[in-house]
Design a protein around this ligand. Structure first.
Ligand code: AMP
Ligand code: MG
Length: 421
């Protein structure tokens, strides 16, 4: 079958993909499982936080004015008329001029008091407390609702929940929460030459890398990988595995997607009536990358070379999965870096994504490539923590030039806590 080779730029491909995404519906989950998920609802506070005026220190609840003349040499003496511990009530207690109530952090402020003197600035003897420092009104005093007001929206639909957000959910008494559902992602490898892990590597065969590496990328996005195994290079086998993939939200295949005599993925998609949006992208690695839709399902045919499959996943599939899960921020950060080695490549009409390794030196990003940049050299991906973005028509680059890098793995990079890195 003849296919129109619609070729698009990387930015155009991303735009086409994201306009094809309809975010998934909601599911209710326990907040223990909510971290990294995207909220499907606004969260409204059921109460004031803190619920009552309370003490911010262990000390004495006082009338601030009573302490105004206090100093280290001339302490003020107040009569201790009671004690309130955290969790107790202030009812029946009263601070009046000349008196104080012993109070613990988080305990309700008794009527009459408008400040707390911390224990460190006092000495209690025989029912009286000496105050060695003046406090202002509302010092060491938490006002009801100063953290969160009742009825306030504390989290918004689309927010990505972090650990602090889980704390906020607990503070407003929510143990279950509505989040966007996670997409299931069917992953299909294609190629007569592929052998799964565990099978003897016969002559002419190579190990299937993509199924495993891409399922790991899917899981890293917090989506649900569904590995379907290897289809041989025949229309019938690719079509059979696609049939098994059709209950997934996203279908990913690798290999068999270019113009080779034994590349059948496009035919299989056509047979399924997948509406194709583009067939190739002007990016290297990753040129033979196509995308289509069938209803709300997204179909990606990624290149076979493992490096190309992964860089294409990062540029095209990952943002789509995040968008399906309700995310608003879809792209890895891009920074400027100083190139530590020359890059001698001829200008082409393709954007190039070189595998790079960045480090922070004196607060500046430095970057070099991870060696041999052939897309069949998987080690170049393994050692990479960024992609060096070489624009279309760019000539050779000299060491010391500024380049843009996309940070693909921005996790811990320092070996000790306060390293300037
Ligand atoms: P293709 O896109 O099918 O022409 O494959 C391009 C190159 O990628 C070939 O050298 C394939 O052997 C290799 N390749 C394809 N799929 C995989 C895979 N799942 N794991 C490892 N290498 C692959
Ligand atoms: Mg192939």
């Amino acid at each position: 079958m003849i296919h129109t080779p619609k070729t698009v730029s990387l930015a155009e491909a991303q735009r086409i993909i994201l306009t094809s995404v309809t975010p998934l519906g909601p599911e209710s989950i326990h907040i223990f499982k909510a971290v990294k998920r995207f909220l499907y609802e606004d969260i409204v506070a059921d109460n004031m936080i803190p619920p009552m005026d309370s003490s911010a220190r262990d000390g004495y609840a006082v009338i601030a004015e009573d302490t105004y003349s206090a100093s280290q040499d001339t302490p003020v003496q107040l009569k201790v008329v009671g004690e309130i511990q955290a969790g107790a009530l202030a009812e029946g207690k009263q601070v009046s001029t000349g008196t104080a109530i012993r109070i613990m952090t988080g305990a309700p402020i008794p009527p009459g008091a408008d400040a707390v003197v911390q224990f460190e600035d006092t000495l209690e003897q025989d029912g009286y407390v000496n105050i060695f420092r003046r406090v202002d009104r509302y010092e060491n005093y938490r006002c009801s609702g100063e953290n969160i007001k009742k009825g306030e929206k504390v989290l918004l639909k689309g927010d990505r929940l972090n650990a602090a957000d889980v704390g906020i959910l607990a503070s407003v008494n929510r143990d279950a929460v509505e989040v966007y559902r996670r997409p299931t992602v069917a992953v299909i490898s294609t190629g007569d030459e592929l052998a799964p892990i565990g099978q003897k590597l016969e002559p002419g065969k190579v190990r299937d890398v993509n199924a495993y590496a891409l399922c790991a990328e899917v899981a890293k996005c917090n989506a649900l990988p569904k590995p379907l195994g290897i289809a041989k290079d025949s229309l019938q086998e690719v079509r059979q595995l696609l049939d098994q993939a059709l209950d997934a939200d996203v279908i990913l295949s690798t290999g068999g997607g270019s113009m080779g005599k034994y590349d059948f993925v496009k035919d299989a998609y056509a047979d399924l009536r997948v509406q194709m949006k583009f067939y190739r992208v002007n990016v290297k690695p990753g040129k033979p990358c196509s995308f289509g839709v069938l209803g709300n399902k997204l179909f990606f045919s990624l290149p076979g070379n493992p490096v190309s499959a992964m860089t294409s996943f990062i540029q095209f599939v990952r943002p789509a999965l995040l968008s399906l899960m309700g995310a608003q921020k879809l792209f890895k950060p891009v920074a400027q870096a100083i190139l530590d080695e020359p890059i001698n490549k001829k200008p082409t009409k393709n954007l190039r994504l070189l595998r790079g390794c960045f480090s922070l030196q004196g607060g500046e990003f430095h970057v070099s490539t991870t060696g041999d940049q052939k897309s069949s050299v998987f080690k170049s991906m393994r050692d990479a923590n960024c992609l060096i973005i070489v624009p279309e028509n760019s000539g050779p680059l000299k060491a010391g030039e500024k380049v843009r890098i996309q940070l693909i793995y921005h996790e811990e990079i320092a070996v000790s806590a306060w390293d300037p890195a």
